[in-house]
Write a protein that binds this ligand. Sequence first.
Ligand code: EPZ
Length: 432
Amino acid sequence: MTKYIVQGGKPLFGEVEISGAKNAAVAIIPAALLVDGVCRIENIPQISDVTMSLKILEQLGAGIRSINPHTVEIDCTHIRTTRTSYELSRKIRASYYLIGALLGRFGQAEVAMPGGCNFGGVRPIDQHVKGFTALGAKVVVEGGFIHASAKEGHLKGTSVYLDVVSVGATMNIMMAAVMAEGNTVIENAAKEPHIVDLANFLNSMGANIRGAGTDTIKIRGVERLTGGSYAIIPDQIEAGTYMAAVAAAGGQVLVKNIIPKHMDCITAKLVEMGVEVEEKEDTLLVRRTNRLQKTNIKTLPYPGFPTDMQPQITACLSLAEGTSLVTEGVWSSRYRYVDELKRMGANIQVDDKTAVVEGVDHLTGAPIQAYDLRAGAALVIAALAAQGRSEISNVQYIERGYEDIVSKLRALGADIRAVDEPEESESVAGVG
Ligand code: EPZ
């Protein structure tokens, strides 16, 4: 089991290069199953969720050729089964995209129920099922697998109005609909940057999708997708996480390879807290010298403040002057990490979806553990800012979504290192 040892209290200086977006990659890789040919995908982040997604495709019969650490060619011409391995596909949350992709190409899919999440509430997929059913599929859950099959052998275009704004359901229905007979409209669709990225990927392979990034997406079914190449967008949340690290630890860092528009909601909040952010074409210069100031946060679907930045920004606010209110507006609960911050001296009261964060003038290092990907990132941020030594365990969750986080932080002057510890106990497979 790997741990991170952090000696906090050192401001960060230097440059950090942002990798490809995890939540785009874990959708685009399964979407390659829709393509009867070779997809060349660039700017893929080197993270364990991507490695797992590629393994699942290989097990289905896809040919995977690694061109370099961030570029892969996926050939799904000869897929030999539409039943995924239970073991592999239950390990990541994003395995549910395999249903939409396999159903969209072959009219059937058998995929293990996705893993639950570690940040509290359930991760339902009723809206995904609503979309598949509307497209003419029969969906049943049996023996831990979701079985989906097109009643007439192929799907038919339709209109789906999502009851909740769901990233996963929007992307899954989009994938199922690209080769359906006729047109499909998804209303009340999610608008995250990775939704637009998936639509652009599919269109570059021959699909006909319009309106991604708005709440109404129109898909005209095509015969087949023939292949092509595509580069994944930079990761908005990874970039936000490094910005939050500078906000908490202080210093000045040039965050490189970002799309400024995607960062607006995060930048605006950090500036409110007293962080200086200088935007250039594909970089942000982030500086924090004076003490952070309180602010209020409510997480919402894009373009609102992203829920995947909620733990990280709360770690910053625990050091701000004054009392801040954080409201989780997307998930039923996402505050398990607060108990770990309290071990470091944070003063946070959680009541249902709201956290009242009373800023303290310093945190102290402590042995803490990550419960999920973004909670883990929040603990790293707190440890960088804290006085003294922290030991962070269960870092496998962090490495699901952050490529080379230790070397990227060390390059900024952080005193952080990864050490291997003897196995203590089996950790529950979590997901991001
Ligand atoms: C994606 O999860 C991300 N994961 C999550 O990021 C992110 O927090 C979330 O979108 C919101 O942005 C991936 O992309 C792999 P949702 P997803 O469907 O698609 C409810 C990370 O840290 N809902 O947008 O599972 C749901 O309970 C991870 O990178 C239903 O009720 O999220 C939630 O309250 C954590 N029924 C809300 O909608 C459904 O069928 C948003 O969920 C689906 C969702």
